[in-house]
Design a protein around this ligand. Structure first.
Ligand code: ZN
Length: 682
């Protein structure tokens, strides 16, 4: 392909001490520099593209020379010139097959540039109208800790592609940053945005004609990335999401909703890529086409992957792939190509079919269709705990799960607490990384055999994102729906120091996951069939070492959808008052953490060795002066009773952690309450 050198000229920033600009027509160019943005394609009055704010139709927006009606950008010119255009297949597959075994394959841009050039050349030889740079993974956040020069990888990637392409079209490939955005993850939007902006600028300066953001799953991240790279470079942007094969997702219109969002962003093309083979992609593309008149990209894999000797392998014939992929044109695709596992043979076979000229592209929707309304999902009834919050002073008591199988004591204790008037029993989740029975099993046994609701603690340590969601769905199905979301103690402090600590998300992310379930969808946006009714509790410690951070996290937990707060054990009214103020700001009710100390040793240990716990000197002194352990326990209980009497006026309930998991001690603290109406939720 050539002939797209636009009359208006194509500007490119050349690497140098100060950015130089070269206009192929030698007209004096203008370059604008903003804090972090480079107006990369300023074309005087001849072009207005790249502002991102103009909602006019695509070609009008991107029109270059109005006299010749040729878009100034090679990629847009290509789109305008042909009904169906053909991209490339995977680079990694080829590079690996020739012996480059270091992943990510992006490092081949530096370590094996000839292999990368060969790969690009093989695709052009197979008939690709454009190629993509070998930079899909080369995001700073994604490659963090690997000791790679991300900038050099990107610059080399763009340069190698341009060397092979000459005047033909090159798209700069960018993938997700591999981090979860707040509030699900810990990465702030600014940090993510910066990583996209810098990569886009490196690729743009290396001479790519457009950028393709592909294989994104999180739509929020994709939207952020589109916005960031377009503002930074002014280049046309192709936005492509990966859709997992799922009949239900199709039935409830996920591709349509995603496409609508991308359409409204005014991207140069909207796409689906990766994960599914050509046949499974047809319905996805059909839905995308229903809501947009923009070019639609379809880059399927050759089929389902299998693991052969530790390697992901695709086993399909290029001819089959091409026949099946060509059906994507009838469904509405105008840009075809292949994702992971496709080779030049697949692209060559597609080229032959396209060149026969008998593919009939689907008629583009001329009017914007309304996105299919999602059927309202059935509601789940709220838990008793949720209904009591703000209406009744809530009594929550933690029972200690012993090691091993024996839950008889916990069941008996729960029975006793129920009779004593407790509202819920708390079961922790391998606290301090000790090995305990799965809390879901214990919670289910208590709820079924005792008839009292459980608040199940749920830590992020042991489960990846899949398992977290799978276990939560399982818990909801079994009726265990009060969940205290905690980040959890790392495995290396517990029984199995060599066990892996996962932490795909922290407590804030976990809250976000549950509140998505409460809306009826999982993290990827797929329906779970009903609105869940998780009552979401979170932890707060007014005595945390970094109080500002703790408060900030509390606010973020509230924003992410928490319903109530549990505190650490507290021993002074002033700390309870500080908690009440913080929770008031977060507009959340709180249960005051109360743990009666049982002996002088216990009190000293808690005060000196457990971070974030302060026991007043006076209490520790009287514990030390107690004649016997029994006397000491009485002093501890009495102190808790006094605290509870004043705390009940500012909290919405108690979270009792009796020593030895003793229901009797819990009962005695509870007796100090008499019958108390709850204060209103702040
Ligand atoms: Zn892929």
């Amino acid at each position: 392909m050539d002939g797209f050198g636009a009359p208006g000229g194509h500007l490119r920033l050349i690497q140098g001490v100060a950015p130089l600009v070269r206009n192929v027509d030698q007209n004096p160019p203008e370059v604008e520099h903003h804090a972090k943005t480079v107006c990369f394609c300023h074309l005087g009055d001849e072009a207005t593209y790249g502002t991102g704010s103009d909602a006019s139709p695509l070609l009008a927006q991107y029109t270059g020379n109005s006299l010749s009606n040729t878009p100034a950008n090679r990629f847009l010119a290509l789109l305008a010139a042909r009904p169906v255009i053909l991209g490339d297949g995977a680079n990694g597959t080829l590079i690996a097959s020739r012996g480059f075994d270091r992943t990510p394959y992006d490092q081949a841009n530096l370590g094996a540039p000839d292999l990368v050039r060969d790969s690009h050349a093989a695709y052009y030889a197979a008939g690709s109208d454009f190629i993509e740079t070998n930079t899909f993974m080369a995001n700073r956040l994604r490659l963090e800790g690997l000791g790679l020069d991300v900038e050099a990888i990107n610059r080399a990637g763009a340069r190698l592609a341009r060397e092979v392409a000459g005047d033909r079209v090159v798209l700069g490939a960018m993938g997700p940053a591999g981090r979860h955005l707040q509030p699900l993850g810990t990465t702030p939007a600014d940090q993510l945005r910066e990583s996209y902006v810098e990569q886009a600028i490196w690729l743009a300066e290396g001479g790519v004609d457009a950028l393709i953001l592909e294989t994104f799953l999180d739509l929020d991240e994709l939207v952020l990335a589109v916005d960031a790279v377009r503002e930074a470079t002014g280049l046309p942007v192709v936005a492509s999401r990966a859709f997992i094969e799922d009949g239900e997702a199709l039935a409830e219109g996920l591709p349509q909703r995603v496409a609508q969002v991308l359409h409204d962003l005014d991207v140069a093309a909207i796409g689906a890529n990766c994960v599914v083979g050509p046949q499974r992609m047809v319905d996805i593309i059909r839905q995308v086409r229903e809501v947009t008149d923009r070019p639609v990209l379809a880059f399927p894999t050759p089929g389902l992957p299998q693991l052969v000797r530790g390697q992901v392998v695709y086993d399909t014939e290029p001819e089959y792939f091409a026949r099946a992929a060509s059906r994507l044109v009838e469904a509405g695709a105008t840009i075809l190509g292949g994702c992971c596992g496709t080779r030049p043979e697949h692209i060559a076979a597609l080229r032959r079919i396209i060149d026969k000229g008998d593919l009939k592209p689907a008629v583009r929707a001329s009017v914007k269709h309304e996105v299919k309304e999602r059927k309202p999902l059935p509601e789940s009834p709220p838990t008793e705990l949720r209904q009591k919050l703000g209406r009744k002073f809530v009594l929550s008591v933690e029972m200690d799960l012993p090691r091993g199988l024996n839950v008889a004591k916990v069941l008996a204790g729960s029975r006793q607490l129920k009779i004593a008037g407790a509202d819920v029993v708390d079961i922790s989740d391998g606290a301090r990384a000790r090995l305990r029975m799965n809390p879901l099993a214990a919670s289910k046994l208590i709820q079924d055999q005792v008839g009292i609701e459980v608040v199940m603690h749920f830590a992020c340590r042991d489960r990846n994102l899949l398992a977290i969601q799978a276990d939560l769905l399982g818990a909801h199905a079994m009726g265990v729906r009060n969940i205290l979301a905690i980040t959890g103690d790392p495995a290396n402090i517990g029984d199995y120091p060599s066990a892996t600590s996962v932490f795909d998300v922290d407590a804030i992310g976990l809250v976000r996951i549950m509140s998505r379930f409460n809306e009826g969808v999982d993290l990827a946006g797929y329906s779970v069939g009903a609105r869940c009714a998780f009552t979401i509790a979170v932890a707060y410690n007014p005595l945390a070492a970094d109080a500002d951070l703790e408060l900030d996290r509390l606010m973020r937990k509230a924003e992410a959808g928490a319903h109530l707060v549990y505190t650490q054990p507290l021993y002074e009214l002033a700390h309870m008052e500080a908690t009440a103020e913080a929770c008031g700001r977060a507009k959340l009710p709180f249960l005051a953490g109360v743990l009666p100390v049982r002996s002088s040793r216990h009190a000293e240990f808690m005060h000196h060795e457990v971070p974030g716990i302060e026991i007043p000197a006076a209490l520790r002194k009287s514990m030390a002066e107690a004649a016997t352990d029994e006397d000491a326990l009485e002093i501890g209980i009495a102190a808790s009773q006094r605290l509870v009497e004043s705390t009940r006026l500012i909290s919405q309930g108690l979270y009792l952690m009796p020593p030895f998991g003793s229901p009797v001690v819990a009962q005695r603290v509870m007796e100090a309450l008499g019958s108390t109406p709850p204060p209103p939720i702040r």
